[in-house]
Design a protein around this ligand. Structure first.
Ligand code: PLP
Length: 505
């Protein structure tokens, strides 16, 4: 394909994409295929001779579209939203064309510098405390990770490194592996599975703190759990920088466990609950525990002053993360992470072979960040372009309007559910997620969800709250309107009517 053909095919592709998105609601949101459907539709080997573009594009409808779950359909209400907007798609196209791999400042100065400034812009939109902003002289700063899971893992690994060094500073007899086996982290029982996974990867024991009736962790619960562990002989001492207790520790066996991290969630996956970070933060600071905040979904809403109080307490955190690729109109992947002290994270992972060095080497100046020291892979795409396009083309007000509209739509759905006495709301509706169920058994609700899924007209996923099977209705697509919510509810009540007609019910 030469440049002339690329121009033509590119314009056709833009038309194809615009047509797809404009007409998406005519497609059934959930695919009607069986596992393995695709293998029989394409050859078993890659072609030896080049094929024509026409043949390839024809196969998009024949092979790919039947197996697509249409995440951007206004009838998609599953998981959490996956952000999408035309400005972000255009920026991604430019990113693909530039194709630079921005691991260091020299590898593409614009890539490093725009990312640093965009994370500052975004941090200011969220009113993050000054200590998270890189600016020109700050000691904190932001980085774009691929996903919240990676941000959680990086924070855990950085906390692990810090804890190991701290323990070794109190007793140089401890080897890294002596300490590693004794580390424990805490998180909510409602935390996303990626938090537990980070601990698995990091070789750290993770303990789950019970949540209250609103599915949030409160400080007394974390405190109680840590005290119980201590009473059970699990934690003879907490590692604290300023106590003498550390010095009392003579051998490795005395060092049973040390608490390295508490991972708080703002906007839990099952029900969008908010851990009480205003209470938890001071305890973590006092006990020298790294507090990471995972606000993967809800973080976007903090750009609205009315939701910002839910982020109060972030000043106690060592790291904070949310996904603009969930709710801030920036297509996947773009997960924003800030640290208060970038030396904590860079210090843990810095590797500097000769081929990464350059004459404008990082000298503490934020504009020359080597972001690759903040992440697992070396290579990194120019993802901040998406933020730049979206921020400029929507403006803060446009982004706030998007969040507010989606929260208002969730309230519309909540009122429809509340008006029907056969149903109940299962958690407070704070943002764009409504947890609801038919009053009755788990089996009844499982059957209802099965009917919904089999109909393929709308798509929801379940969660478990207090042992009950609950349906999650998340406002996801940018194009969802009140009419789609009304239609979705009519569909749910029709399926409910049919279900309740069955003799077994
Ligand atoms: N944390 C929370 C609270 C989530 O809801 C999710 C996904 O929905 C994640 C983490 C994982 O996000 P990612 O796919 O960006 O790793």
């Amino acid at each position: 394909m030469d440049a002339a053909e690329f121009r033509r095919r590119g314009k056709e592709m833009v038309d194809y994409v615009a047509d797809y998105l404009e007409n998406i609601e005519k497609r059934l949101v959930y695919p009607d295929v069986e596992p393995g459907y695709l293998r029989s539709l394409i050859p078993t080997e890659a072609p030896l001779e080049p094929e024509s573009y026409e043949d390839v594009i024809k196969d998009v409808e024949r092979v790919i579209m039947p197996g697509i779950t249409h995440w951007h359909s206004p009838y998609f209400f599953a998981y959490f939203s996956a952000a999408s907007s035309y400005p972000a798609m255009l920026a991604d196209m430019l990113c693909g064309a530039l194709g630079c791999i921005g691991f260091s400042w020299a590898a593409s100065p614009a890539c490093t510098e725009l990312e640093t400034v965009m994370l500052d812009w975004l941090g200011k939109m969220l009113q993050l405390p000054e200590c998270f902003i890189a600016g020109t002289h700050g000691s904190g700063g932001g980085v774009i990770q691929g996903t919240a899971s990676e941000a959680t893992l990086m924070s855990l690994l950085a906390a692990r490194c810090k804890a190991i060094r701290r323990v070794q500073a109190t007793n140089s007899n401890y080897s890294e592996s002596d300490v590693l086996g004794k580390l424990v982290a805490y998180t909510s029982e409602q935390a996303h599975s990626s938090v537990e996974r980070a601990a698995l990867i990091g070789g750290v024991m993770m303990k789950q703190v019970p949540a209250d009736n609103s599915y949030a962790v409160r400080v007394d619960m974390l405190k109680k759990m840590m005290e119980e562990d201590k009473a059970a002989g699990l934690i003879p001492f907490y590692v604290r920088q300023h106590t003498n207790q550390n010095k009392a520790c003579q051998g490795v066996d005395d060092l049973y466990m040390c608490v390295l991290q508490f991972c708080a969630t703002l906007g839990t996956t099952p029900s969008c609950a908010f851990d009480r970070i205003v209470e938890l933060g001071p305890l973590c600071n006092e006990e020298n525990i790294w507090m990471h905040i995972d606000a993967a979904y809800a973080g976007s809403a903090f750009i609205c002053p009315e939701f910002r109080p839910l982020l109060n307490g972030v000043e106690f955190a060592d790291s904070f993360n949310f996904n603009p690729h969930k709710w801030l109109l920036v297509n996947f992947d773009c997960s924003a992470m800030w640290v208060k002290k970038r030396t904590d994270i860079i210090g843990a992972f810095k590797m500097e072979p000769l081929y990464l060095k350059h004459e404008n080497q990082e000298s503490g100046r934020s504009i020359t960040f080597t972001h690759t020291h903040w992440q697992i892979p070396l290579g990194r795409r120019f993802r901040s372009l998406k933020l730049w396009f979206v921020f400029r083309l929507y403006g803060l007000q446009g982004l706030q309007a998007h969040i507010r509209k989606q929260v208002a739509l969730a309230k519309v759905f909540e009122s429809l559910v509340r008006a029907d006495k056969r149903f109940e709301i299962c958690a407070e509706v704070i943002m764009g997620l409504v947890c609801f169920r038919l009053k009755g058994s788990n089996e009844l609700n499982q059957n209802l969800l099965k009917r919904i899924t089999d109909s393929r007209e709308i798509h929801l996923v379940p969660c478990q709250l207090s042992g009950r099977f609950v349906l999650r209705f998340a406002i996801c697509a940018r194009t969802t309107e009140s009419s789609h919510i009304q239609q979705a509810w009519r569909h749910i009540t029709q399926l409910t009517f049919e279900l309740l007609q069955e003799p077994s019910h």
